[in-house]
Design a protein around this ligand. Structure first.
Ligand code: SAH
Ligand code: SF4
Length: 392
C-alpha cells in the first residue's frame, strides 16, 4: 500500500474501518518523515502492526556522502525488493542565511526514475540508461528521508547530519532550517516521462506536506504533453526547461527528445505555461567547451528567448564518466553571459554543488554501469555524431 498516491486514496481505503481522525494522524507522521509505523506512537499497537505489514517499506539509506563543508549531502537510497530493487540518489543542499539571502533554505533534489531513457549524451544518468519508474511514494520519501535527517541533526551519536559525517553534536551546524523548504525535480530521470507519479508527488508535497508550490521546481527536457499537464494542475510550480542548444540541428543531438518535440513546440508550451500560471519560466543551458558556447550560439539563444521574460541558468558542464566533453574556460562562460545580457536576456552562471561527490546536475547515476539500461531509440549515436563533428 502506497499512502502517497493521489489524495491518499489507498490510505483511506486501508483505514476505512478506523475512526476518521486516524488518517490525519498517519499523514502527520508521514509528513514529519516518520514512515516506520512502529514509531507512530499515537496509534493503537494493533494498527501499527498491520500498517507495518502492509505499508511499502521506507527506502534504506545505504550511503551518505558529504561535500561543501557540510552544505551538500548525497544519499544513496535502496528502494523496492527482489526484481524491483534499485539504488536511487537524492541530494540535500543547505543554504545558510547571508546578507543577500534573507532566509535560509534546505533544498532537496529528487529523482523520479531509476536511470533515464532520454539519453542526453552529456549526462551520466542518460548514459546509464533507464531501469524503472519510481512510484509516487518512492519520490516523496526522498523528501521525508531528508526531512527526518534535518530534524535529527542535533542528536548526538545518531546518524544525523554532522558536516563531515561525524556525530552531529561534535561539529557546529551552519545556520540552516530544520526542515525542507524547497524541492527540485532535478535528480535522476525525466519527471514528465513518469508523469502521474511526478504530478502526484507535487500534489502531495503541496497538499499534505505543506510546501508552497512556489518553492517546487520541475525540470524537464521539454516533453510537451507533460508540460501541458503540469500547467493543468494550476499550481504556481516553477517550470525549468533544459534547453542546451539554440537551434534544432544542434539540439537534436544534445537533447535527442528534441526530434519528437522540436524547439518551436517547446517554446510555445513554455509561453502558455507562463501565461496560465503567471510565473516566469527558467531555462537551463549546459555550457560545453566548443559545442554550444560560442557568441553565435548566445545570439541565437537571445533571439529564441526574445520577449519571453525568461531567465537562463548557465551550467558549466560537470565532469561525467565516459564523456570526453568539459566546461569552457571562465572567460568563454563570461563572454556567453555578456552576449545574452547585451541582448536583454537575464542569465546567471550557476556553480554546482557537490561535484566532488558526484552529486551535481547530471552526475547522478548510482554507480550503474554505463549503457546498461534502455534508451530512447533516437538517442543512440547522438554523442558519436557530435564528437565526430557532424551536428545534424
Ligand atoms: N531530466 C530533467 C531533470 C533532471 S536533470 C532535465 O534534464 O531537465 C537536471 C539538470 O542537469 C538538467 O538541466 C540537465 O540538463 C543538467 N545536466 C545533465 N548533465 C549535466 C552535466 N554533465 N553537467 C551539467 N549539467 C548537467
Ligand atoms: Fe535524462 Fe535529464 Fe539526463 Fe537528459 S539531462 S538524460 S532528460 S536526466
Amino acid at each position: 500500500m502506497d499512502p502517497f498516491t493521489r489524495s491518499g486514496a489507498e490510505l483511506e481505503t486501508f483505514l476505512a474501518g478506523e475512526p476518521r481522525y486516524r488518517i490525519a494522524q498517519v499523514r502527520a507522521w508521514l509528513a514529519r518523515g516518520v514512515d516506520d509505523p512502529q514509531a507512530m506512537t499515537d496509534l493503537p499497537v494493533t494498527l501499527r502492526a498491520s500498517l507495518h505489514e502492509h505499508l511499502d517499506p521506507p527506502p534504506r539509506v545505504v550511503r551518505r556522502s558529504v561535500a561543501d563543508d557540510g552544505l551538500t549531502h548525497k544519499v544513496l537510497l535502496e528502494m523496492g525488493a527482489g526484481e524491483r530493487r534499485e539504488a536511487v540518489e537524492s541530494v540535500l543542499m543547505l543554504y545558510p542565511r547571508t546578507a543577500r539571502r534573507r532566509s535560509a533554505r534546505a533544498t532537496v533534489c529528487v529523482s523520479t526514475q531509476a536511470g533515464c531513457a532520454m539519453g542526453c549524451p552529456f549526462c551520466a544518468t542518460g548514459q546509464a540508461g533507464f531501469r524503472r519508474q519510481l512510484t509516487v511514494g518512492e519520490i516523496v520519501r526522498q523528501v521525508t528521508v531528508m526531512q527526518r535527517l534535518l530534524a535529527e541533526r542535533g542528536a548526538a551519536g545518531r546518524d544525523g547530519l554532522g558536516p563531515d559525517g561525524s556525530p552531529a553534536s561534535a561539529t557546529p551546524w551552519p545556520d540552516v532550517p530544520d526542515h525542507v523548504t524547497n524541492v527540485v525535480f532535478m535528480g535522476m530521470g525525466e519527471p514528465l516521462a513518469n508523469l502521474e507519479p511526478s504530478l502526484d508527488a507535487v500534489r502531495w508535497l503541496v497538499g499534505q506536506f505543506g510546501l508552497s508550490a512556489r518553492s517546487i521546481t520541475v525540470s524537464t527536457i521539454g516533453l510537451v504533453p507533460g508540460i501541458r499537464r503540469l500547467e493543468g494542475l494550476g499550481l504556481p510550480v516553477r517550470l525549468a526547461i533544459s534547453l542546451h542548444a539554440p537551434n534544432d540541428a544542434l539540439r537534436n543531438d544534445l537533447v535527442p527528445a528534441n526530434r519528437q518535440f522540436p524547439l518551436r513546440e517547446v517554446m510555445e508550451s513554455a509561453s502558455s505555461y507562463r501565461r496560465t500560471i503567471g510565473r516566469r519560466v527558467s531555462f537551463e543551458y549546459v555550457l560545453i567547451d566548443g559545442l554550444n558556447d560560442q557568441p553565435q550560439h548566445a545570439r541565437e539563444l537571445a533571439a529564441l528567448l526574445a520577449r519571453s521574460d525568461a531567465h537562463v541558468n548557465l551550467i558549466p558542464m560537470n565532469p561525467t564518466p565516459a564523456v570526453p566533453w568539459q566546461a569552457p574556460d571562465p572567460a568563454v562562460q563570461r563572454r556567453f553571459t555578456d552576449v545574452l545580457h547585451d541582448n536583454g536576456v537575464a542569465a546567471t552562471i550557476r556553480h554546482n554543488r557537490g561535484t566532488e561527490i558526484d552529486a551535481a546536475c547530471g552526475q547522478l547515476y548510482a554507480n550503474y554501469r554505463m549503457g546498461s539500461g534502455a534508451r530512447l531509440p533516437v538517442a543512440v549515436g547522438a554523442a558519436e555524431r557530435l564528437t565526430a563533428g557532424d551536428p545534424g
